[in-house]
Design a protein around this ligand. Sequence first.
Ligand SMILES: Cc1cc2nc3c(=O)[nH]c(=O)nc-3n(C[C@H](O)[C@H](O)[C@H](O)COP(=O)(O)OP(=O)(O)OC[C@H]3O[C@@H](n4cnc5c(N)ncnc54)[C@H](O)[C@@H]3O)c2cc1C
Length: 445
Amino acid sequence: MQKISDWGNYPVVEADVSGFDSAEQLRQKLAVPGQVIAFGNGRSYGDASLQKRMLTTRRFNKFLAFDESNGELCCQAGALLSEILDVFVPRGWFLPVTPGTKLITVGGAIAADVHGKNHHVDGSFGQHILSMDVMRNDGSVVTCSPTKHAEFFAVTVGGMGLTGMILNATFRLKRIESAYIVEETVKAANLHEIMDCFEASMDWTYSVAWIDCLAKGDSMGRSIMMRGEHARDADLIKPAHKSAPLALKPGLPLAVPFRFPNFALNPLTMNAFNFAYYNKFRSGTHRHITNYNTFFYPLDAIDKWNRIYGKRGFTQYQFVIPKEAGREGMEKILKRITESGLGSFLAVLKLFGKQESFISFPMEGYTLALDFPISQKAMDLFKELDAMVADYGGRLYLAKDSRMDAAMFEKTYPNAAEFKRAVAMLNEGETRFASLQSNRLGITS
Ligand SMILES: Cc1cc2nc3c(=O)[nH]c(=O)nc-3n(C[C@H](O)[C@H](O)[C@H](O)COP(=O)(O)OP(=O)(O)OC[C@H]3O[C@@H](n4cnc5c(N)ncnc54)[C@H](O)[C@@H]3O)c2cc1C
């Protein structure tokens, strides 16, 4: 037994955690009756990959096939996105979709159907899966795709590990000419300006905004948009970039060496950080070349940054509300967050494109993600925010959640009841895929 948590360090559980090197070993582990869940790299924030018995996939991380003619990669589900990038960026290929950290597994990317800064153009990660093998609770393996065992495929993408263990997946990487990004930063004075900016940036492949959730009054929602495109050969100017466009100098990540005391994060320190961050950027629009790590993964440069929230841990509140409700809804919700003074220095705003999936999080609309140190006040605030999010037709992201209740899940995910039925049917037998989260949300019991 060991103590383990996901990225938010809340909750922490005592669990029997073990890995496997082959499908046969996994099958033997699944023969043991009871509830069990897959654990990728623990980068979901709450309890989605926690359970009394957890099966870690990281050792199951081999690349199985690559087709240089079209970028099709088949790899085992424990491979990290960073491992894929390390091998394939120097050969001129990039991920079709990537979240704000590359330290997640392919299995975790499919199970949470993760999104990136290009959702409005390229959709979510699951939409790029051509085929995958999934081991069911009875040890049988289903090869599924959008056209083969399509219903099983649809509940597994975004299904948070509740339908089986993803063993491997095939998806297509995209061609790049360099490891660099042409980035434009745009400073917006308030929420309306940044929303206008998103709507005017739909033809950029990548867009995201860092929003200062502590600014109030006329400045509420002041933000910095970062939008970008993969740099072509012709975009590179510096000799060092031009001579080796696909190579990046390795940099050692900075580390947060220990857990901060709980008092290190308070409105004063957060205010100071937000102010300094906002003022670092000049007004207007600025264009420059940056490398892909700086553009996509700024937080990965600080190893174990989750420790700054101290022992009590933290959670991320990420919601999406439909685009039509966006202006009014986002303003009201943001106002409540800024009034509370509990919001984090990390708040990310993004406009999603359309998405038709069975159980995935994204829908066409605005999504905002904020970190909150765990406290009773924050928990009370979340209840109020949940009601507003639900009223505006929105929902919360399961990959970030550690506290939503079953009623909120059922109300806001249109296929919740059908998903629950499908999971129950697929879990018939002695071994059942279930997480602390799925038990809390009433999907499993
Ligand atoms: C700094 C940071 C930034 C982030 N940015 C984004 C973002 O921009 N967009 C976004 O969408 N997400 C984002 N996330 C969330 C993260 O991408 C997801 O939570 C992802 O699922 C984590 O993958 P993991 O491999 O760590 O899996 P875990 O966190 O260990 O597990 C996540 C879920 O996947 C299931 N799972 C894992 N492997 C398998 C498998 N082989 N078979 C079946 N089920 C499996 C688990 O049971 C669990 O339900 C971010 C997280 C962090 C820490």
